[in-house]
Design a protein around this ligand. Structure first.
Ligand code: 0O2
Length: 211
């Protein structure tokens, strides 16, 4: 099924909302240009594929239709922002909360409180007030994005006998990566302190390595 067939007349507005959110994030990154700091390494977006919507409807045991998807799912429009350091993730979330054309519906801090499989990311579900459309922004560090991208490729593979061992290994990798992420953040803070500028957002206390 094509996107046009599934989303019908809602598709142009979805694309416009997606673009407006991308433009906002682009404007955010530009505010740092003069300082030479690059808190956002890259960002991207996607409209949820019809197959993925129907799969999620099945999992959530809701009617598998576009109407029900718009009522129940917030990530039909999805933006992913990949940041350099952990503190950049929280700074970005704080900035989003201040935006007048966005109403935050729900925040899920899988960065500080990872999923049991080791997944770490900060999810913000919002309503774009100009279009009235829901969207989800996922914010993570480049380190946790590396893990999530590879794990996403692996998790839809067919069931295999060593599944348990692979799950444990992936979790171990996620925790090692999280540990490196914290070390990189610490190095950054030491450098900043020695230069006389410190982070405004204390994050160490919020992050669990072994979630
Ligand atoms: P796609 O691109 O949609 O086809 P949310 O309700 O969104 O805050 P929740 O409750 O975990 O988070 O929902 P869900 O549906 O499990 O996940 C939504 C999206 O979050 C996923 O989209 C992924 O992008 C990401 N995600 C959540 N959990 C994991 C995970 O364990 N591993 C990875 N790699 N990504 C995850 P879809 O549906 O996978 O893809």
């Amino acid at each position: 099924m094509t996107y046009e067939e599934f989303y019908g007349s809602a598709l142009p507005q979805m694309k416009q909302t997606e673009q407006e959110l991308l433009d906002k994030i682009s404007a955010y990154t530009e505010t740092f240009e003069e300082s030479g700091v690059k808190p956002v390494v890259y960002f991207c977006s996607r409209l949820k594929s019809p197959e993925s919507v129907l799969r999620k409807c099945r999992v959530q045991e809701i009617e598998p239709s576009v109407e029900s998807a718009f009522e129940n799912l917030f990530d039909l429009i999805g933006i992913r922002v990949v940041c350099a350091f952990a503190s950049d993730v929280y700074r970005m979330a704080e900035w989003l909360r201040k935006q007048p054309d966005i109403k935050i519906i729900r925040e899920k801090d899988y960065y500080a409180y990872p999923k049991p499989n080791g997944y770490r990311s900060y999810h913000i579900q919002l309503n774009h007030l100009t279009s009235g459309m829901p969207a989800e922004i996922q914010i993570r560090t480049i380190a946790t994005d590396f893990w999530a991208t590879l794990e996403h490729q692996l998790k839809y593979k067919k069931k295999i006998p060593a599944e348990r061992m692979i799950r444990d290994e992936l979790k171990r990798c996620a925790d090692e990566i999280a540990s490196v992420d914290i070390s990189m953040q610490t190095i950054r803070e030491i450098i900043q302190e020695s230069l006389g500028c410190s982070e405004e957002i204390p994050i160490h206390s919020r992050i669990q390595v072994n979630g």
